[in-house]
Ligand binder design. Structure first.
Ligand code: ADP
Ligand code: MG
Length: 711
């Protein structure tokens, strides 16, 4: 084991804040912050990388390699040590060996460090050498005082994920101790290891853990670093296995719960609604409606994802499910991630259902307290049969009398916590109102197709229905890329579209760094367009507008009173105005593919030929070029998602990183997808034949964190 370093290691995960050091909380509390409560948690807290402290470069060689992007370790004696105030307050230390001199610079530092690096002290330092204000320098290197002639470690030094107030030295010691006192008996049953898993040649876990915490000499540094080493594979496999078992268990638990059975009955609301619809369902819609109806007929909670490209007609499917619930005497709730989208749903569903005598209630954060109380009272009394809103729906103050179906639109937009709260809502209803322990059916809707590996992991306990057909009579959207310099031509197109009685969206540039700047840009764009299009009625909608104004503008646009709608990405999801046929997106190069696809999906909803103009500012980065080319080449959401996945990797998909973090620390869904299939097979076999092994494995890997999976 490497010798302990000074407690404060400024280069590591956090820079020191003298205040935090003054009164440390207890060690256990600090470890708990990292989720390290049990010995086994420490043992499974694996290095995120390794440092090679096994060799020392001369200062001259280290300087010669400067900029190579590799950390170097040098040893020297301090020749000067001073706190300077120009260009800012910092500690500047110089060390020298026989070959040269190197500057060390610390922007945040403790008094103890100044002492540790007093003139004459011998230091071993590690960091990136760069050319800087004072010549060749290391900024915030790792520093360790050593005695002359002190030996070098013969093993790689692990670097652990840490948090403020926990030093690497402390972690190494705690983990080393845990490793010694915690036996890690095999949890995988021998028949599996010798049978279906034999091909993986999994090494014993205990051995792998020891190796990863303390790699013996000669282990491939590259394989350890990129986690392709066989020891890592074993860890990843066990982690994926825990995930798969846990998913299957929550699925089984759900199947054991009861939900109200809601068989379809002819002649009631559902039938009348279908009869009143101005269009017939597509074949794909009919199919998914059947799938959902069958789920809702069963006395177990539906847990289904309805996937369908932008514009494929998911809303009417949700409405039909709601009718089925209402016909059976239950309430249905529809929750959307933004107020604009929720409001659209409210209007659309009220227009469809209110004439048929269904009381529809609107519940959103922007309601006045009194209105909210009134709405909540109608929900609680059971008078409201359909409740539509934002996440205000899941607030404590809202209790459902008989919630039988909850629909979540654009479900991936909701954070993990909100999705969990919605489940909580289900059990709350279960506990308070429905005495017989029944929970509502759940329908989630998304326009974003899920890549296969994600479907196999995070979403493994979802049933999926897909609408793979667009309603008829749509003309495909033509997408053009237009250089920003040709703005005048774009304005002409806007004129032209308006002259033909069509409506236009004009999407403002995305400015991720600053919401204020984004707002300012939107207002400026609006003013420029108002000036450039004096004969047209132009509106502006953005996220900072008070909800009532937002609704009024959207209303004017829907009703055709506005011809041009200047908007920020608030219109990204779900907004539905079929008469809009021209979409202009400014600075399209700043948007992600999924976002562009969603935005473009706002047009092409009627029968008129729709056009999407992606304005860009040259020069384009290679990935921006790739994104825009993809948009021009295809309007198929699945194809776009596939390419997006190629460009971005699956981790960022569907906010999976968020929920995934809680679950997968080591396995990577892109590189380790092949392991998932083995893990699935093993999970099934263990659940079927080795119940004790299942418990041991889950306890080891998940401890108390299992609930994250249900997000
Ligand atoms: P999304 O799947 O993106 O949520 P919507 O439900 O908003 O799509 O539907 C898009 C538009 O298509 C809406 O105006 C909707 O009324 C209309 N629509 C849905 N189904 C059909 C159909 N079978 N025939 C014609 N129009 C339809
Ligand atoms: Mg929608």
């Amino acid at each position: 084991m490497p010798a302990a370093t000074d407690a404060a290691e400024p280069t590591q995960e956090a820079s020191p804040k003298p205040k935090a050091a003054a009164k440390p909380s207890t060690a256990a509390a600090r470890l708990a912050k990292l989720g390290l409560r049990r010995s086994v948690d420490l043992v499974l807290h694996l290095p995120m990388r390794y440092e090679d402290e096994t060799s020392i470069l001369t200062i001259r060689d280290a300087i010669a390699r400067a900029g190579a992007g590799m950390a170097a370790q040098v040893e020297g004696v301090v020749t000067s040590n001073e706190v300077t105030f120009r260009p800012r307050r910092q500690l500047v230390v110089k060390i020298a060996d026989e070959t040269g001199e190197l500057t060390l610079r610390f922007l945040n530092f403790y008094g103890s460090q100044t002492k540790q690096m007093a003139e004459g002290a011998r230091l071993r330092v590690r960091g990136d050498v760069r050319g800087g204000f004072f010549g060749a320098e290391m900024v915030h290197p790792t520093v360790r005082p050593v005695a002359e002639g002190e030996g070098l470690p013969d093993r790689l030094t692990p670097v652990y994920p840490a948090t403020a107030g926990i030093s690497q030295a402390y972690l190494r010691k705690a983990i080393g101790g845990a490793l010694q006192r915690t036996p890690m008996p095999e949890t995988l049953p021998q028949p599996l290891l010798r049978g279906p898993l034999a091909r993986l040649r999994l090494a014993p876990l205990a051995e792998c853990l020891r190796l990863l915490h303390n790699p013996p000499q000669g282990e491939s540094e590259a394989a350890l670093a990129d986690r392709s080493h066989p020891a890592w594979q074993r860890i990843k496999f066990d982690e994926l296995l825990a995930q798969q078992i846990s998913l299957r268990r929550s699925q089984a638990a759900r199947r054991e719960k009861t939900a109200p059975s809601m068989p379809r009955v002819q002649g009631k609301l559902l039938t009348r609604f279908l009869g009143a619809l101005p269009f017939g369902l597509t074949g794909a819609q009919q199919r998914v409606v059947e799938e959902i109806a069958a789920d809702m007929t069963r006395p177990h909670p539906m847990h289904r994802l309805l996937q369908g490209d932008v514009g494929s007609g998911k809303t009417v499917v949700a409405a039909l499910a709601a009718c089925q619930a209402i016909d059976a005497g239950y309430q249905a709730a529809l929750m959307a991630p933004t107020e604009i989208l929720a409001e659209q749903h409210y209007r659309k569903l009220s227009a469809w259902l209110a004439p048929l005598g269904v009381p529809v209630v609107w519940l959103a954060g922007s309601l006045k307290a009194r209105e909210k109380r009134e709405a909540a009272a109608r929900v609680e009394s059971g008078e409201a049969q359909l409740v539509i809103g934002t996440h205000a729906l899941i607030q404590d103050t809202v209790r459902f009398a008989r919630l039988g179906l909850s629909v979540v639109d654009e479900q991936h937009r909701f954070g993990v916590a909100q999705r969990l709260a919605l489940r909580g809502k289900a059990s709350e209803t279960e506990a308070s109102a429905v005495a017989d322990e029944r929970v509502p059916h759940q329908l989630m809707m998304s326009a974003t197709p899920i890549p296969r590996t994600l479907a196999m992991t995070y979403y493994a306990d979802l049933d999926v229905s897909v609408i793979d057909e667009l309603p008829p009579g749509r003309t495909p959207i033509v997408t053009r890329l237009v250089n920003d310099a040709r703005r005048d031509e774009v304005i002409d197109r806007v004129h032209h579209a308006a002259a033909e009685g069509r409506q236009v969206y004009w999407v403002c540039p995305l400015i991720e760094e600053s919401e204020a700047l984004q707002l300012q840009t939107a207002v400026e764009t609006y003013e420029t367009l108002v000036a450039a299009l004096p004969d047209l009625r132009v509106g502006l909608v953005h996220g900072r507008l008070p909800p009532a104004e937002k609704a009024a503008v959207m209303d004017d646009f829907s009703a055709g009173r506005l011809q041009v709608l200047v908007a920020t990405t608030v219109i990204e999801v779900g907004v539905d105005v079929p008469n809009a046929s021209l979409m202009v997106i400014e600075h399209a190069e700043r948007f992600g593919l999924a976002q562009l696809h969603q935005l473009r999906g706002r047009v092409g909803r009627g029968t008129a030929e729709s056009v999407c103009l992606l304005m860009y500012q040259a020069p384009l980065s290679p990935t921006a070029r790739e994104r825009l080319a993809t948009m021009r080449e295809t309007t198929d959401g699945f194809e776009i998602a596939r390419r997006d996945l190629q460009i971005r990797g699956p981790g960022e998909f569907l906010g999976a990183r968020q929920s995934g973090e809680a679950m997968l620390r080591f396995a990577d869904l892109e590189t380790d997808a092949w392991l998932v299939e083995y893990a699935q097979e093993a999970a099934e076999a263990m659940l079927a034949h080795f119940p004790e092994a299942v418990e041991a494995h889950l306890t080891r890997w998940l401890g108390g964190r299992e609930h994250f999976l249900k997000a």
